[in-house]
Design a protein around this ligand. Structure first.
Ligand code: ADP
Ligand code: ADP
Length: 235
């Protein structure tokens, strides 16, 4: 089974005055179920566009994207919400709400899906324990380090038990040691829950530490893909 399949995907962004910019061209890519799949490329290569197509935040202008057997572009309303609930996402700058406590931040996806209060409390505790922040329920994001904030981001992303976790430059704002700790946590989550992880990064070291498979994107084109050991093997 493949969690995510891109078939001849292209994306052109309108840039005004009838002009457009081709951000992706003819990308075909398969993310196997249960893998940690990395996409590497420099800034502007098209990584974020590729990632955001998984939960339908961007739609392809050519080709097809299939996610867990469904095509986000063909879904709307409730069906799209149900698919999105199976997909968690974490960000470079964590995207936490500063006026809410850690527990309230983690609870957000469950509140939005009208989960009963006692179940929310139970799930939030479980998630904070998973990421090692069980003593931080009532503190605010500003009281945490970067690494801890990203742990909150991970807890929030996983609280709905998604099948896929998207990581958008999730360690790019962190120091090297904290990066290693977060990548280890992602590997543990992948191992324990079998969750498929797709991460994008501009850092080779992140791919080398965390991923089994890698795709290399340059100027909107896929120039290589395969097991990390093969793609990055130098004679
Ligand atoms: P990366 O994540 O690799 O940095 P992106 O997917 O964010 O790349 O962007 C790829 C290219 O598409 C960039 O040149 C960027 O400027 C352009 N782009 C991204 N989003 C838009 C948009 N909404 N409108 C116009 N151009 C965009
Ligand atoms: P991590 O390894 O998760 O990034 P650190 O070792 O950086 O955590 O932080 C250790 C302790 O210092 C934590 O208990 C955290 O609450 C506190 N701390 C870290 N950064 C800050 C900050 N900017 N403001 C307040 N407390 C902080």
């Amino acid at each position: 089974m493949s969690a995510i399949v891109y078939e001849h995907v292209g994306k052109s962004y309108p840039t005004g005055k009838g002009q457009s910019f081709q951000a992706l061209s003819d990308v075909s890519l398969t993310v196997p179920d249960g893998e940690i799949f990395g996409v590497i490329g420099s800034s502007g290569a098209g990584k974020s566009t590729l990632l955001r197509m998984v939960n339908g935040l961007e739609l392809p202008t050519e080709g097809h994207v299939n996610v867990l057997g469904q095509e986000p572009a063909s879904l709307k309303g409730r069906e799209l919400r149900l698919l999105r609930r199976q997909i968690g996402m974490i960000f470079q700058h964590y995207n936490l709400l500063s006026s809410k406590t850690i527990a309230e931040n983690v609870a957000i996806p469950l509140v939005l899906s009208h989960t009963p209060k006692d179940e929310i409390a139970r799930k939030v505790s479980q998630m904070l324990e998973l990421v090692g922040l069980e003593d931080k329920h009532n503190v605010y994001p500003s009281q945490l380090s970067g690494g801890q904030r990203q742990r909150v981001g991970i807890a929030r992303a996983l609280v709905t038990n998604p099948k896929i976790l998207l990581c958008d430059e999730a360690t790019s704002a962190l120091d090297p040691l904290t990066t290693v700790q977060i990548l280890k946590l992602l590997q543990r989550i992948n191992h324990e829950y079998g969750i498929t992880i797709m991460l994008i990064t501009h850092q080779m070291s992140v791919i080398a530490k965390a991923c089994n498979y890698v795709a290399v994107v340059e100027h909107g084109r896929l120039i290589e893909q395969g097991p990390v050991g093969r793609v990055f093997a130098h004679p």
